[in-house]
Design a protein around this ligand. Sequence first.
Ligand code: SAH
Length: 713
Amino acid sequence: MAEVDDVKHITSDYSDQKESQSSADELDSPAVDDSKPLSIKLDKKSPSFDMPLTPTTPHTPGTAPPGKLPVKNPPQLITQQNTNNHKVPSPGSSGSSGTPQYLSPGHGSPDPVHDLPPELLQAGWRRFWSRREARPYFFNKITHESLWEMPPMPGQTDPLTNPLGIGEPTTPVVDSAQRSLSIEVPGRKRSLSDDGAMLSPNKKPAFTFSPFWNFEVPTNIIIFERKPLMIPAPHPDIEQFRTQLMVKLRTKYQELCHTREGIDAPHESFNRWLLERKVLDKGNDPLFPTDCTTEVSQSMYREIMNDIPVKLTKPKYSTDARRQLYKYAEAAKRMIEKRDVTPDSRKLVMWQAEDTFTWLRKRNNASYEDYLERLAHLKRQCQPHLTEAAKSSVEGICTKIYHLAKDYGQQVREKHTQLLKEHNIRMPSDLPKPAQRRVMCYPAQVCALSPYCSGVEHHIDGDITYLRYKGEAHKLNSTHFHKLEQLYRWNTRDDVRFEHFLARVWCLLQRYQTLFGIQTNEGFGMQGALPVPVFECLNRMFGVTFECFASPLNCYFKQYCSAFPDTDCYFGSRGPLLDFHPISGSFEANPPFCEELMEAMVDHFENLLAETEEPLSFTVFIPDWRDPPTEALLRLESSRFNTKQLTVLPFEHEYRNGFQHSCPKVEINVKSAHGTLIVFLQNKAGRVKWEPTPERITELRLAYRPKVSSPSS
Ligand code: SAH
């Protein structure tokens, strides 16, 4: 986390104008058929047709203006994702106490004309509904501009792209052209003003800028409607508290490993523990595991044991190999002397250690292979006794850390509940299960609002953007800040005026920072992404529109699963993968390298594939670790749904940097030191629709070729 002292901060300054409940409530309705071509004909020659068109990209037809859509919506709970409640309601005000409420089925049907402030109506703006994209858009009947986002109020500057309002044109029409999608409206030539040529040079159209994501790809995923999650929306004060406790837990873990086992906590083992615990956890803290069936984590136990009595790394030279052999013998002897073990165990380990010292004295110049062989022999002899000696103490560490996590999760919960209470917001005790209804997949929803938080400051300093709250600052690349802005526009329905935007971005960054860990580069390895050309190819060749493992910072598509539904739902997350049950669609899965999560992923995919007759396909990318092979790898290879598999070799392909949101551009691609196994898991219909034919596989291999040289991981 960076401290920012010498930069000027701009506190969020948004109008508190109340938006209407937009027609966006009908988003993702299955009744809307995205795929159908438009039937309305446009007179391309007419210089001034008044037909409003949706913002679109070249080669995609715009949509006709809607009337009332024939969409049936069930009663909907007002949640953080679909209310227009921005500020903390005053106690006792009706409908604003945070109590769950339901919208009537007809609520939210598009009101094509009057759903805008009078200033915008006067400037020619109207709100319409895009059937193709299933979301609202704005059309100016005077200038014929189309925008996905709400046009700015006359005279208002855009706080995100130009916080200081420098060079801001005075008329709203020019400003909104600047924010537009650079749209080619069929039948109308792009004018200079569409290209921004007449605008202040320091502003760039944010929406067209998508260097490493593609939010134009619509979802092809069908799910059953889900009820909102029983977690409240994030708040910076709560996030700060959660971070403090998580740092405490990490520190305690290191301390226990050190004092009890004489080793450092194995690198990243705490992060893998968090992921492993979340496979089992039924609790409701998004980060701390609080309700797991077992206390002793297999992953934490295995990783600590692996470094007992001493951490071994692959030696480079024979001198390193010799040193490691000596270190192991020394540590084994020391450990067995101190622990409560059977006399036979002690005798055997001591004898092996002494024998090794004798061998080392005699063989001063042994070869690299000889040292390694001797070390393997020593380990084979001693490890079972050392494991037995350390078992209860290592289990004790796992249990202690889990119980502390439970306690911290509870503390966070209590603090959050208290905050909500102070603002008269009530968490529902439970929510009814929605009727089984198939819908296009939509972002996760949380069940309670959080109070409005105005204290987040942001400052854009060229390529870097800073966000600060109560002295704690986060730094990210400005392109990623704009990416978050786009995701927010696409996915958040309760905050058209971006009043919560900065606080929600801050919470998101704080959460991921807390997940990554406290040491330099910690967390990096769990966030590496596929290269952009591979995503493009997966979409083109295999109809992929969805990432099963992602974050708002590393996603390529605008629809994806991620670890944290509460912080990420505003940016399009569908929540954790294991809670997501698609019926059809084509997916990419590049899981973080946690064995238990990868294994659970394979089980999950197999269950989903077995449950549906509709086209379903998962293209899975995992490390080609074969010494020994992981359980996930074995299961993928032997799966009855495996329709094709291939391997890309180490150093012949790359990943995008796990810290792509904050690393310098030159470090964005990282050569992979391990091979990657790609497996297509498909049901029958999935195979028919997205068959991995030899031609398509060749395209995938080509897409994987590194474009320029890059450092290795
Ligand atoms: N989206 C990129 C990068 C994947 S890195 C790609 O597909 O190539 C793996 C990501 O999975 C990380 O961002 C991590 O935070 C996220 N993740 C961790 N646990 C998850 C879970 N249970 N469900 C979904 N995503 C998860």
